[in-house]
Design a protein around this ligand. Structure first.
Ligand SMILES: Nc1ncnc2c1ncn2[C@@H]1O[C@H](COP(=O)(O)OP(=O)(O)OP(=O)(O)O)[C@@H](O)[C@H]1O
Ligand SMILES: [Mg+2]
Length: 329
């Protein structure tokens, strides 16, 4: 591996939900890289495929979801070729995940000690007492007293449960953590505390983060780069300070006009008219055509490809440069 190899390279990833109603392509040719220690934010309206992507990166997707095309290269190896045994060793040790709902991620009938020890002993050769000691250390890392190891999930507050889930994700010192809305349903003060904690842990342990949230202001503050998804496609990727200040894609522009700025001047929020696509009925051309204020003829004919518009800034819109790829409809 060279110094420039990304930690993870996702190439043309397609995920389909094969349902009775038809084949819903929830991810379409998604490609991006994350470097070691980098925080990549991922935003987009509900249903655009963020969680589908998160689950696919750990191959935790279940039928009717299937990865139908593409590669997921981790340190240069395509994990889609791993056997399930190899994948089991890979999960949590190389990439771990903080799920969208912390309470659902914890088992309500097991104490936290059992849940920590399960993960640690399943992936290492540690004895029960070594695993317990590691669990106590992990609790301290997330500012929870080690004596609470014998408690059940319902005995913790929402913010503490979220920190417990983060501690479990840290258990094997992974190189990357996927955080799918790690602070949803928490009040803004606790949300900020948890994100600051995650950031401090990242600085200490050096893991990369794929950070999914609906809160764009928080994402801009917390991420190095941000990817914007629309109806299963990645439509823009840029450094976080540019994604809202100088976006190219009309969808990103619309998203920026839907969120209040924490620091900038007050402005009228206009939002984006219309709804995301029905994945069972994808039109020919650009997926954003029906909602786009700057739509052209070509947008109904050709699907624009994500490409570099300026250094470190990718966008997929016909307004910028000639389209490279034409898809068959
Ligand atoms: N089991 C399933 N069967 C069929 N379609 C599904 C299934 N699970 C998800 N989908 C579809 O896949 C698409 C992507 O869903 P996903 O949960 O990845 O979105 P998301 O961006 O994480 O949304 P949210 O922000 O609400 O969490 C949606 O259109 C959804 O309806
Ligand atoms: Mg989701």
């Amino acid at each position: 591996m060279t110094m420039t190899t990304p930690l993870i390279s996702v190439r043309n990833l397609c995920v389909d939900y094969l349902t009775d109603a038809g084949d819903a392509r929830a991810l379409s040719k998604v490609s991006f890289d994350i470097s070691a220690g980098e925080i990549l934010g991922l935003a987009g309206e509900s249903g655009c495929g963020k969680s589908t992507l998160a689950f696919s990166l750990m191959r935790l997707h279940k039928p009717p979801a299937f990865i139908t095309e593409g590669e997921i290269l981790f340190n240069g190896e395509n994990i889609l070729n791993y056997t399930s045994e190899r994948m089991q060793k890979f999960r949590w040790r190389e990439i771990s995940m903080v799920f969208q709902s912390a309470m659902n991620a914890l088992n309500p009938v097991l104490t936290m000690e059992e849940q920590f020890c399960d993960v640690i002993m399943c992936h290492t050769n540690m004895t029960r007492s070594q695993a317990r000691k590691r669990a106590q250390d992990l609790l301290e890392i997330v500012d929870i007293h080690p004596s609470r190891l014998n408690d059940y999930p319902h005995q913790f507050s929402g913010g503490m449960r979220q920190r417990l889930v983060i501690a479990i994700a840290l258990a094997l010192n992974p190189k990357m953590i996927i955080m799918d809305e790690p602070t949803t349903a928490l009040d803004v003060v606790v949300q900020r505390e948890i994100l600051q904690k995650i950031y401090a842990l990242k600085q200490e342990f050096g893991f990369a983060i794929l950070f999914i949230t609906h809160d764009l202001s928080l994402m801009v503050e917390f991420s190095h780069r941000i990817g914007i998804m629309y109806s299963g496609e990645l439509v823009e990727v840029a450094p976080s300070n540019k994604i809202l200040n100088a976006p190219y894609h009309p969808y990103t522009q619309g998203l920026g006009q839907s969120f209040p700025s924490l620091t900038g001047p007050k402005k009228k929020l206009t939002g984006i008219a219309g709804n995301p696509l029905n994945l069972l009925d994808i039109p020919c051309g650009c997926r954003f055509q029906a909602r786009c204020q700057q739509v052209h003829d070509i947008c109904f004919k050709k699907n624009p490809k994500l490409r570099q518009i300026e250094p470190n800034h990718l966008s997929s819109c016909h307004l910028y440069g000639d389209p490279i790829v034409q898809i068959k409809c």
